[in-house]
Write a protein that binds this ligand. Structure first.
Ligand SMILES: Cc1ncc(COP(=O)(O)O)c(C=O)c1O
Length: 366
């Protein structure tokens, strides 16, 4: 049988594995930071209506510039952050992964490097690899906050072209202070200047404000967002960024024409009409997340403060054994490869109760 490495693939892809969490069919799946609440029925009906309209014109290519959708996303950002964002500052693609890929195609690439502070969202490094961008793994403190002095030193010395700051950070759940982002931005501008990307995939779940207002006067700063988490629409594949309009113009150089289907645009627009209901679910998830943090600490576990819809908990001598023992009780959590730690996504109250019972039994057993 022919294997990947028998093919004339790029050298840097040889021997690598694709990204992917195990998709196991168990009763309680709390491993991919999805929103546990299905879209409300009135929204489902509105999606059907909007998609039907779009379907009548599927013989035509979609709006290549997704103007109506970008205006809707800009209004959402303005309403929720109090910072005015216009549609020419917003760009959308198929998931924030594609947004990040377009940014690296534009600002990274062969002969260029990007830095992230790990452990962090592993796709940052994988998208770097896929776009031929060299990857630099920057440091974090013991408590998983960004080690500012070490980060500044790494930026000054290695002069990366792109700096990733994930806030709240996946898989640790930690948010980054605005002052830290500003200091890293200054360091990155002094070093090169480079593009600084703040990945705010989980920001709606945070106890803190969005870092979006920092965009003002900083043309090399980008904030990326997604509808996969707070909007509960991971299956939609809709991510977006806010930045200086010049950044939006720049990614046009690499985006595929008509990359965002008319069906996707119609669905995302329907979701934006139901923002209030969806953000209501976010409030429930935030309080469930806080409940889980307290309950896990009461079980005697270490828990990293979380500003996301997931929680990092530990520490375990044999992380895999604990993961397996929780799984044996019908609950799937994530082992992100951070030694001693596991990650659980906040689910519905019933799912969270099942998780707490499973962890409690697992740590007694082991
Ligand atoms: C930090 C972070 N950024 C981006 C994404 C990608 O989200 P999507 O491509 O679904 O928008 C994820 C998904 O889990 C994530 O954890």
């Amino acid at each position: 049988m022919t294997k990947i490495d028998d093919l004339p693939v790029r050298d840097e892809l040889r021997g690598q594995s694709p990204y992917g969490a195990p998709q196991l069919d168990v009763p309680v799946q709390l491993n991919t930071n999805e929103n546990p609440y299905p879209l409300p029925e009135p929204l489902v009906a509105r999606i059907a209506e909007r998609v039907a309209d779009a379907a009548r014109q599927l013989n035509r290519y979609p709006d290549r510039d997704a103007v109506e959708l970008r205006a809707g996303l800009a209004a959402y950002l303005t309403d929720t952050t109090g910072h005015t964002v216009t549609k020419d500052q917003v760009w959308a693609a198929n998931g924030s992964n594609e947004v990040l890929q377009q940014l690296l195609q534009t600002f990274g690439g062969p002969g260029r490097t990007a830095i992230g502070f790990e452990p962090s969202y592993s796709m940052h490094a994988l998208i770097a690899r896929g776009t031929g961008t060299g990857w630099i793994s920057g440091p974090r403190n013991e408590d998983f906050t960004v080690d500012l002095d070490a980060a500044r030193e790494a930026i000054a010395e290695l002069r990366p072209h792109v700096v990733f700051i994930c806030s709240p950070n996946n898989p640790t759940g930690t948010a980054v202070e605005a002052d830290t982002v500003l200091a890293l931005y200054e360091a990155a501008q002094a070093a090169r200047p480079s593009l600084v990307v703040v990945d705010e995939a989980y920001v709606e779940f945070s106890h803190r404000d969005s870092l979006l207002p920092l965009l003002e006067g900083r043309p090399n700063l980008v904030v990326s967002r997604t509808m996969s988490k707070a909007f509960g629409a991971a299956g939609l594949r809709l991510g977006y960024l806010a930045a200086d309009p010049a950044v939006v113009d720049a990614v046009q150089l690499v985006r595929l024409p008509y990359h965002l289907s008319a069906v996707t645009q119609a669905t995302a627009l329907a979701c934006l009409e139901h923002t209030d209901t969806l953000l209501g679910y976010v409030e429930q998830l935030k309080s469930e997340r806080d409940r889980l943090v307290v309950a896990l600490r009461e079980l005697g576990l270490d828990v990293t403060d979380s500003d996301a819809n997931f929680i990092q908990f530990g520490r375990f001598a044999d992380t895999h054994a604990v993961w397996q023992s929780i799984l044996d009780r019908g609950v799937l959590v994530r082992d992100n490869g951070v030694p001693g730690w596991l990650r659980v996504t906040a689910g519905t109250p019933a799912e969270n109760d099942a998780f707490l019972a499973a962890v409690s039994a697992a740590i007694k057993e082991l």
